[in-house]
Design a protein around this ligand. Structure first.
Ligand code: SF4
Length: 619
């Protein structure tokens, strides 16, 4: 095989041969042959001036990049619990049977690979699949057969019927954000109009041209004050005060500042960013631009999760329009010296990149491994420069605040949770989709609005969040009670909550980045314990092991994934213990691995079956 050098050169040229664009370059290089052959890795490493091991290491880190032949058609079934509930595994079996392939193995003719992947952000219209990265929702046996036929005929994905790829927004309840009538540029102009913003305001110390603006409440300073007054808190889950984050970044020493929008919503059950980026992209970019104005950034990144590849071209069109309209580029909105532009960076299937420092590593063209903190990104972020990272929804809210003011915003919601929250509602309900409520809404109200009946449990904020039962449905969605990044999954009385926890345990083990041993091994051991319980071979000893593993993960994990991996197991053991107890075979210890059984093949090959060829099983 010859190296497709000309095509690779074109890709390298598009990214200016920058090593920071390595992930984007690898992603596009993979499209040439459907995988990344060794000569391609070698060539890219040489051209980028990087060690080959570094390039291979990055390619091996992201699950959507392949270092081995993966088939011209790569079909990945979304495997969140809501996809399971909608029958994704039966559909996967049907497709494998139809194409004569085994799950997880590329067909011998190199045509197709069928496998599973973590949640694809289509829980309101699952089961969903990705074909070569393109999302197809609402799979049914009929659609599976249609996909099989297209693959058998080797029909290029770009020419498949558009109807297959149609994705609904499912906006079920709108409030101040989803109901906004803000026009592109309104928020930026409002921010600028708060102060004179004179053209030559470059600071003597070159920290930022905006440092030169008088300390009185004008321009960027006045807008920052509005953001602080609004009490806006980050919508990604942690709830850090946005105004303080922006202020810290603005004050930090650095040659450049950066704005990063975290659109890597990988938490199973969350899909609100998908809708915001589809229908409210201008609002997202507007919020990023206001942030740039406040902190003094010239460059911004939107980190888009790989599963939302279908949004890349439409988002680039929005950016192009905004450049044409003077809302990006030099002299934004005619303001001399206000220069800002946004680049989109597409992820490649790594949940851990939702953690802001891992996301920054990925933006720099590295493996998405969380950094040691402190220092925090506000002082040492992208390329070690001050960087503000916020969630998609946070930037939308910031744009509204820039226009309407902090007092208006803090008047909505509760005392500690200002504004509204957008929920991604899925699971057992009649009307799944996007719901926006002022903070403080009860779980019961949401269940009523989405048409959920006989609900036994709700998983708030995905697997790393909280699972509550029916006695807690009067609790409120708010930072002071039930904080959430947005996922709201309802389970009715027919569901086995052990199966829910099992799915989440496998999710964490699959998504552990492997950097630290306690998380890599601990999440795998958790899966073994849960698999053993599922097989009806568990004992009280195994339940105790879950608690011991939690102590290990809490004490020794490097990032939040390891810290929260036991949450769904704890919550369900506490609230739905019978679901576990009916799986206990005995109160005594049963080994998860039958060592003697595993040696049966060796005994067969050596023709031995005497006592010495058997191992005693010890506790
Ligand atoms: Fe990676 Fe897990 Fe360690 Fe986080 S805790 S760095 S996900 S191995």
């Amino acid at each position: 095989m010859t190296e497709p050098r000309a095509e690779l050169d074109t890709i390298l040229e598009r990214y200016g041969g920058q090593p920071t664009a390595l992930l984007q370059i690898l992603r596009e290089a993979q499209e040439i042959e459907g995988w990344l052959p060794p000569p391609t890795i070698t060539y890219l490493a040489r051209r980028l001036g990087l060690p080959r091991a570094r390039v291979e290491g990055v390619a091996g880190f992201y699950s959507f990049l392949h270092l081995e032949r993966a088939g011209r058609y790569r079909v990945l079934f979304s495997d969140n619990i809501t996809d399971r509930m909608a029958g994704n595994l039966e559909l996967l079996d049907r497709l494998c049977g139809s194409l004569w392939v085994e799950q997880g193995k590329a067909s011998e003719d190199g045509l197709v690979l069928v496998d599973t992947t973590s949640c694809t952000g289509l829980c309101d219209q699952g089961p969903a699949i990705l074909v070569n990265g393109w999302a197809i929702p609402r799979m049914t046996p009929g659609r599976v057969d249609e996909v099989a036929e297209l693959i058998r005929n080797d029909t290029p994905v770009e020419t498949w019927p558009g109807e297959l790829f149609a994705i609904d927004d499912n906006i079920q309840r709108a409030d101040i954000l989803l109901g906004t009538t803000l026009e592109p540029g309104d928020a930026i102009r409002a921010a600028i109009s708060r102060g004179p913003g004179e053209p030559d305001e470059r600071a003597v110390n070159e920290r930022s041209w905006r440092e030169g603006i008088a300390a009185s409440a004008q321009g960027p300073t006045a807008t920052l004050e509005e953001i602080k007054r609004s009490n806006l808190r980050g919508r990604g889950g942690a709830g850090f005060t946005t105004g303080l984050k922006w202020e810290a970044c603005r004050s930090a020493l650095g040659e450049q500042r950066y704005v990063v929008c975290n659109a890597d919503e990988g938490e199973p059950g969350t899909f609100k960013d998908r809708v915001l980026l589809t229908r409210y992209a201008d609002l997202v970019f507007e919020g990023m631009t206001v942030c740039a104005y406040v902190i003094g950034a010239r460059k911004g990144f939107l980190y888009l999760r790989g599963e939302y590849r279908h949004l890349l071209a439409p988002l680039q069109d929005v950016l192009a329009r905004r450049r044409r309209d003077g809302l990006l580029g030099r002299q934004v909105c005619g303001q001399a010296g206000f220069e800002f532009d946004i680049e989109i960076h597409l992820g490649a299937g790594a949940y851990v990149c939702g953690e802001e420092s891992a996301l920054i590593e990925s933006l720099e063209g590295k493996r998405g491994i969380p950094r040691n903190r402190p220092p925090y990104p506000v002082t040492h972020g992208y390329l070690q420069q001050p960087t503000t990272v916020n969630n998609v929804e946070t930037f939308c809210a910031a744009a509204l605040i820039a226009l309407k003011g902090g007092d208006w915003y803090r008047g909505i919601g509760t005392a500690k949770s200002a504004g509204t929250k957008i929920l991604s509602v899925s699971g057992d309900c009649a009307r799944p989709g996007i719901y926006e409520y002022p903070f403080g809404v009860t779980v019961r109200q949401v269940l009523e609005d989405c048409g959920a009946a006989r609900t036994q449990a709700v998983q708030i904020s995905g697997p790393s969040g909280t699972c509550i039962d029916a006695t807690e449905f009067d609790r409120r969605i708010a930072f002071e009670d039930l904080p959430t990044a947005g996922a709201f999954m309802a389970f009715d009385e027919t569901r086995d909550m052990f199966e829910v926890a099992l799915n989440f345990a496998h999710f964490f083990a699959h998504e552990s980045c492997g950097f630290c041993t306690p998380c890599r091994v601990g999440t795998t051991l958790l899966c073994h314990v849960m698999d053993k319980l599922q097989a009806g071979k568990g004992s009280q000893h195994d339940l105790n092991r879950i608690f011991r593993l939690n102590r290990l993960l809490q004490a020794s994990s490097h990032c939040g994934l390891g810290h929260t991996a036991c949450n769904p197991l704890f919550d369900t053991i506490k609230r739905f213990r019978p679901a576990y107890e009916r799986r206990l075979e005995s109160l005594e210890f049963e080994p998860a691995f039958d060592l003697d059984g595993a040696l049966a093949r060796a005994r067969e090959m050596t023709g031995r079956d005497d006592a010495g060829a058997h191992l005693g099983v010890e506790e």
